[in-house]
Design a protein around this ligand. Structure first.
Ligand SMILES: Nc1ncnc2c1ncn2[C@@H]1O[C@H](COP(=O)(O)OP(=O)(O)OP(=O)(O)O)[C@@H](O)[C@H]1O
Ligand SMILES: [Mg+2]
Length: 230
């Protein structure tokens, strides 16, 4: 099975000495898997996601994503890699408030130099798929939290990323909107998208994920796919 993520002997320290915020950790995620990363506050979930996204580098170990050893890339190469291969969704959406919904969604495709017509067609397709087509020309400030998160998901998917990463994507949403985003993630996983989802919410993890891991103090304490320890 093709591995989309392969972490080998990964450790992350924010200060020299002391205990690492993460690891040492070995972790593989196969193509098409939907992995939920759970664990208490401060256990290293966002640290793990940031390493996989290439937003930060490990102190030790190898991080391979979509076949690329990303811990060895320069900042410039990393930025290009991220734009082309990774889609990210955050708790607070991170949309650009002075761009319309359509322009927000198209932005990552424009940054990778995709032809204008192709980009427009892809954005339209995603807005229809995610039920936000009627908001195409409004600004994020005019939308509900759930609608904004759909826009953020569409933006994350515009370049057909090998990997969709989501850090607490329902954390800022009311129950109904959270439910909608949950259904959306389930659909994306069914469609074959590889997803890594960080969440405190076990209901979300159980609904969306084909596999759940738990971190405590930077260590893997549970992996629903692992052989039981005897
Ligand atoms: N940029 C940073 N500089 C220094 N320490 C950091 C930094 N980012 C995280 N840490 C520390 O690393 C540990 C893991 O943090 P991380 O943000 O990965 O936890 P988390 O599991 O995502 O928590 P939460 O559920 O609260 O979001 C914590 O002890 C945190 O204080
Ligand atoms: Mg976090």
């Amino acid at each position: 099975m093709t591995q989309v993520i392969e972490l080998t002997g990964v450790t992350k320290r924010y200060d020299s000495g002391g205990t690492p915020a993460l690891g040492p950790l070995d972790l593989g995620v196969a193509q098409g898997e939907a992995l939920a990363v759970t664990g208490p506050s401060g256990s290293g979930k966002s640290t793990l996601l940031n390493l996989v996204a290439g937003l930060d580098k490990p102190t030790e170990g190898a991080v391979t994503v979509a076949g690329q050893r990303i811990d060895r890339l320069s900042e410039h190469e990393l930025a290009r890699f991220r734009r082309a291969r990774i889609g990210m969704v955050f708790q607070f959406f991170n949309l650009l408030d002075d761009l319309t919904v359509t322009d927000n969604i198209q932005l990552p495709a424009q940054l990778t130099g995709t032809a204008r017509r192709k980009t427009a067609a892809r954005a339209t397709e995603l807005m229809e798929l995610l039920g936000i087509a009627r908001h195409a020309h409004v600004y994020p400030g005019q939308l509900s939290g759930g609608e904004r998160q759909r826009v953020a998901v569409a933006r994350a998917l515009v370049n057909r990323p090998a990997l969709l990463l989501a850090d607490e994507p329902t954390g800022a949403l009311d129950t109904a909107s959270g439910h909608d985003v949950r259904e959306l993630l389930v659909d994306l996983h069914r469609g074959g998208q590889t997803v890594v989802l960080v969440t405190h919410d076990m209901t979300l993890a159980e609904a969306c994920a084909s596999r759940t891991i738990q971190l405590v103090d930077g260590h893997l304490t549970l992996d629903s796919c692992a052989e039981p320890v005897r």
